[in-house]
Design a binder for this molecule. Structure first.
Ligand code: PHB
Length: 250
């Protein structure tokens, strides 16, 4: 692959442009993309122009750039995420209609919980995440499930810190986190009161694939002082169905 004077490959420069988009920054000017990518302005402008022509990025009336439909189309076809989402949706819909709070599906992605789906109703409470949003593993109920049932290497990497606090209740002490993970494994679910936001309690259960490995976390965001038992029963029933749809046989 042709390298630039800075040593970046063509793919490397493309990645630097695309990675300037984050969950919090979905619209940018070409100049901002240039600055944030660290590429020479002319290079960034040329790559942005090529990506806009291919439909991977889009330019609005104000000439600001956002991720294009074509990129969404390609990315959404990702077989694992699509299969998981399709297997999960019917059960997630039932959980949401009964509990009436945000119901979400997350997977492990580069040491964070990445949310593939979220179902909400008009009466659902506060929620900081959205589809394609991320949360730290130690600081969310979904993340705790993915971490507790993840590999030993993953656990040690996360326990080594830094364990950033999202709220006053987030567990930021490694020994306390170790105890919490043991509790999640023992109970088979995670309850995270106030870890993400002081007003809510996340509850999450594991979803297994055909090998029995935990492949996703299914969660509900309750009001901070809601009782968790009925929601946990709904979540466990739903996760069992989703795991079954993925080929898991106990
Ligand atoms: C959680 O998974 O614990 C969680 C997620 C989003 C929130 C609150 C809690 O807004």
């Amino acid at each position: 692959m042709a390298n630039s004077p800075s040593g970046d490959s063509v793919a490397g420069r493309l990645i630097r442009v695309l990675e300037t988009f984050t969950a919090a920054r979905m619209v940018q000017t070409a100049a901002e993309i240039g600055r944030r990518s660290g590429l020479p302005d002319s290079t960034a402008h040329r790559i942005v122009g090529d990506l806009v022509r291919a439909g991977l990025l889009e330019r609005d009336q104000d000439r600001r750039i956002r991720i294009g439909m074509r990129l969404w189309e390609l990315a959404t076809r990702s077989s694992d995420a699509l299969r998981l989402r399709q297997a999960a949706l019917p059960s997630m819909e039932r959980v949401q209609s009964r509990v009436r709070e945000h119901t979400q599906l997350a997977v492990l992605e580069q040491d964070e919980a990445l949310f593939l789906e979220r179902l909400s109703g008009p009466e659902s409470g506060s929620n900081v995440i959205r589809v394609a949003g991320r949360l730290p593993l130690h600081a969310s109920s979904s993340g705790l499930v993915l971490l507790a049932f993840g590999s030993r290497e993953l656990q040690e990497r996360i326990l080594a810190g830094p364990l950033v606090a999202l709220s006053r209740e987030t567990v930021t002490d490694a020994a306390a986190l170790r105890r919490k993970l043991a509790e999640v494994r023992r109970l088979g679910h995670a309850v995270a009161p106030g870890y993400v936001e002081e007003v809510s309690t996340g509850v999450a259960v594991p979803v297994k694939d055909e090998t029995g490995a935990v492949t996703a976390a299914l969660s509900v965001v309750l009001r901070r002082h809601d009782l968790v038992e009925a929601t946990l029963a709904e979540l466990h029933a739903a996760a069992g169905e989703i795991s079954h749809a993925l080929g898991h046989r106990r």
